[in-house]
Design a protein around this ligand. Structure first.
Ligand code: AMP
Length: 551
């Protein structure tokens, strides 16, 4: 499917190079986030900037795109032109992967440097030449002292998550690094909070900076009292299972699930359908005709879930909607308010549910501030909750059946059994049958571990490390998510809930499973067939590359 011009237009209106616009469209970004819209033009003008923005706002692209925009087209020198300082190794890796993805078509050379990684590898990369260095202050300073890194040609320095860098005691290292960078550099500072010590840092290193804030949107007058607002903090790998659990407990009549990107919309729709929900994708890459058909199916009740990006859902007015689910935290409180404004209209009640990753906890706070409403943090429904809910559904169905009467045709069955058993026991057995035949058994499911907010930089708490399996069969072999879940859960000790994201492209599939189980699963699947075919199965090593789910 060709990219619709709308996507490219919003980003190219920011005067970004075509290579960058193309990379963004391929990542499925449909429009800039508020911080990108505001910061990018200012940064392209060369201004210094102080941005109050937490993780989840799209701040990485806000500073990375202008840096990439300025890289010269031809041969580049060995020394870096930009330096991004971050508090932790995880962030160094994450930011450098993002810069790499955005700058792929420009052949941007990006290097993460952090403690713990063999310095020799970093030295080799630095000698062969890099455009952007993303590093933790300690290791950057090491390289400066060894003279393996020079900041003489650096045009832009970014202090990312400045509050955390100060909390981690990097003030002196920062001082030394800034002293080694050119005085006429451009300096950007991003911080989720701006306490006095961050302000001091800004006064010291920024020149006549512009300030950009995300998360201080206007409070909604009157609020949205009829909407019950809740949030769950879960690790990314557990999001699909958590969403399933929430949907089972809430059983919405019609829900809209918001994702950030097109690719996420496609992937999640596939996963949900694989797990038995009737979900439809809606994003900016679809023609008006396709969108009308999707809306028709939702209105007619043949679909119960709409998975959409903000852009695609704009202007949609769906009466039946009972639930708005933010699969990802929206990039600013205003878009949160827009999204949840779709339920609770005209006196009807509605539910807004947000899934946040541990690092996005702060975004939830800004949403509370901006909406002046509390977001109730809830724990992911347990198996016991689910069982209770399903029993209640069975009870209600039987109750309805009793009221409807007309049961005489079954009298003979009960009477015969009653000669042998107590009537109550007969009823219990009948209820069990009814319950199980309505898919009410939750016996094979386990509980989803709770994720907590990270506390500081070192020793961040993390849940089970996930790894990806490469399976050499994909859509063209008729593979669907349920086939993969079935094969893995059927052949190994893993259950459906242990399985993370599933991506199916034409010729192969990638499935996230706990790292510790990889060898076992590969062994178990060797020799078996998936959809009647033998397929290559191995650990996927190209972690940074995600296949597109559309061709
Ligand atoms: P950040 O706040 O920089 O950590 O970004 C949060 C997430 O939003 C990342 O997963 C990005 O890939 C994603 N993202 C950034 N900009 C956009 C955009 N314009 N549209 C959709 N997703 C985005």
């Amino acid at each position: 499917m060709s990219e619709p011009p709308a996507t490219a237009e919003e980003f190219s209106r920011l005067a970004l190079r075509p290579e960058l616009v193309r990379a963004l469209a391929e990542l499925g970004y449909e429009e800039p986030t508020p911080i990108q819209r505001e910061a990018i033009p200012l940064l392209l003008q060369g201004r210094d900037l102080m941005g109050q923005a937490a993780t989840g706002t799209g701040k990485t692209a806000a500073f990375a795109l202008p840096i990439l925009q300025r890289l010269p087209e031809g041969d580049r020198r060995t020394a870096p032109r930009a330096l991004v300082l971050v508090p932790t190794r995880e962030l160094a890796i994450q930011v450098s992967e993002a810069v790499h993805r955005y700058g792929r078509d420009m052949r941007a050379r990006v290097l993460p440097i952090y403690g713990g990684q063999p310095i020799v590898r970093q030295l080799r990369a630095l000698t062969s030449g890099v455009d952007v260095v993303v590093g933790t202050p300690g290791r950057v300073l090491d390289h400066l002292n060894r003279r393996s890194l020079t900041l003489d040609h650096v045009e832009t320095v970014v202090l990312d998550e400045a509050d955390e860098m100060l909390d981690m005691g990097f003030a002196e290292d920062l001082e030394a690094i800034m002293a080694a960078s050119p005085v006429d550099r451009q300096t950007l500072l991003f911080s989720a909070t701006i306490p006095a010590r961050v302000e001091k840092l800004a006064r010291r290193y920024l020149r006549d900076p512009v300030s950009v804030q995300v998360g201080r949107g206007p409070a909604t007058p009157g609020g949205t009292p009829l909407v019950r607002q809740t949030a769950y903090v879960v690790a990314r790998a557990h999001k699909p299972a958590t969403l399933g659990r929430i949907l089972d407990v809430e059983s919405p009549t019609a829900a809209i699930v918001f994702c950030r990107t097109r690719d996420e919309v496609d992937r999640l729709t596939e996963t949900l359908n694989g797990r038995g929900y009737r979900a439809e994708a809606l994003h900016g890459g679809m023609t008006q005709d396709q969108r009308d058909r999707v809306m028709g199916r939702l209105r007619a009740g043949t679909a119960e879930l709409l998975v959409a990006t903000d852009v695609a859902a704009r202007g949609l007015d769906i009466d039946q909607l009972t639930h708005v689910i933010n699969y990802d935290v929206p990039s600013d409180p205003e878009s949160y308010v827009h999204r949840i404004g779709r339920v609770g209209r005209a006196g009807r009640s509605g539910v807004a549910i947000t899934l946040a990753e541990p690092r996005e906890h702060r975004m939830l706070k800004s949403i509370e501030r901006a909406t002046r409403q509390r977001l109730h943090l809830e724990t992911v429904p347990t198996v016991a909750d689910l069982r209770a809910r399903r029993l209640e559904t069975t009870r209600a169905a039987i109750h309805e059946n009793l009221l409807a009467g007309d049961l005489d045709g079954f009298r003979v069955v009960v009477e015969t059994l009653a000669a042998e058993f107590d009537v109550l026991e007969v009823a219990l057995a009948a209820v069990q049958l009814a319950h199980e035949s309505s898919g009410g058994s939750a016996a094979d499911e386990g509980d989803i571990p709770e994720a907590t907010e990270p506390t500081g930089g070192v020793g961040r708490k993390s849940t089970a490390t996930m790894a990806r399996l490469f399976i050499g069969a994909g859509r063209s072999a008729g593979i669907r998510p349920q086939d993969l879940v079935g094969a893995i859960a059927g052949e190994s000790r893993l259950t459906g809930r242990d399985i993370g994201s599933i991506e199916i492209s034409d010729r192969f599939s990638l499935v996230e499973i706990p790292d510790a189980a990889v060898d076992e699963v590969i062994k178990a699947l060797r020799g078996t067939t998936i959809k009647g075919k033998k397929a290559v199965i191995r650990r996927d090593r190209a972690q940074a590359k995600r296949p597109r789910s559309r061709s």
